[in-house]
Design a protein around this ligand. Structure first.
Ligand SMILES: [Zn+2]
Length: 281
């Protein structure tokens, strides 16, 4: 994949991808009837599917190399054509090794954001990024660590719980900066402790969205919620507040599930918001 990199002041953000996942739009947005998609003929691919990028972002800030979200993880042996499992190859394509990562930041603890945290070999588990500490939203960890939720979301037992046992986990709090340019903000609804990352440097602003929205159509269809939003009402409120907050201040968005590379801005035309992908040439 070509290198797709932007800067926000002194902060550099590179888009990485673990691949893609395709969904029937009516499955992905279960409360949205088929006819409501008619104004958006470009939203789906030739197979009438929504193709969601499994995006991660590599951020350089304060001399740190930070990986935000770690995709779905290794290709399952029984599904070699899954369409994902590409993150480490993409990292290598950008000239980076796993040991170059200082911080892994998870926007939330769903399966498609934690998949490459750890590697298993011969029954041994080791951090994929051996020099990194792993940052998790405090409220998400509190929620997902219960026995009931480890049953419901078993990937966390494999990909997140061992990080705490290994002493590698750091907890993020709403509004508490993790570098001089990057501040996690609580954007709950998709998960209870979901965080987005506000970036502010040299008067420029950026926002790593996480799953506060999954598709560009949600910039104006604020009511549309993914099946994966654990609290749809709160997800709607959060999304509305977030877009209200950043509209007009020229914030660059980095949106992991939007079409690759996922960089763009909110724009407004004829009273309606829309996604303006950055032209990176
Ligand atoms: Zn996701």
């Amino acid at each position: 994949m070509p290198t797709r990199k932007i800067t926000v002041g002194n902060v550099e953000i590179t888009s990485l991808s673990d691949g893609h996942l395709d969904f029937d739009p009516c499955v992905f947005f279960p409360s949205v009837e088929k006819t409501l998609w008619e104004p958006y003929p470009d939203a789906t691919n030739e197979n009438h599917q929504l193709s969601l990028n499994l995006g991660s972002f590599l951020i350089r800030s304060d001399g740190r190399t930070i990986l935000v979200d770690t995709g779905l993880g290794p290709v399952p042996p029984d599904a070699p054509d899954s369409g994902w499992g590409e993150l480490l190859d993409d990292l290598a394509d950008k000239g980076l090794r796993p040991e170059d990562i200082d911080m892994v930041v998870m926007t939330h603890l769903h399966r498609d954001h934690v998949g490459w945290n750890l590697l298993e070999e011969g029954g041994d588990v080791a951090p994929t990024f051996p020099k990194a500490r792993y940052w998790v939203g405090a409220r998400d960890w509190e929620f997902f660590r219960t026995e009931e939720n480890l049953e419901k979301f078993p990937t966390n037992r494999k990909c997140v719980a061992p990080l705490e046992e290994m002493g590698l986990m750091e907890l993020m709090e709403d509004g508490k900066a993790i570098t001089s340019d990057i501040t996690p903000i609580l954007t709950p609804g998709h998960t209870p402790g979901h965080i987005s990352l506000l970036i502010s440097s040299q008067g420029e602003k950026g926002l790593v969205l996480g799953d506060a929205a999954h598709h560009p159509v949600q910039l104006h269809e604020l009511e549309w919620c993914s099946f994966a939003d654990l609290d749809p009402d709160l997800a709607r409120k959060t999304r509305t507040a977030l877009f209200d907050r950043i509209e007009g201040d020229n914030t660059v968005l980095a949106a992991g599930h939007f079409p690759y590379p996922g960089f763009g801005r909110l724009a407004r035309m004829e009273g309606r918001r829309y996604w303006q992908a950055l032209d990176l040439g």
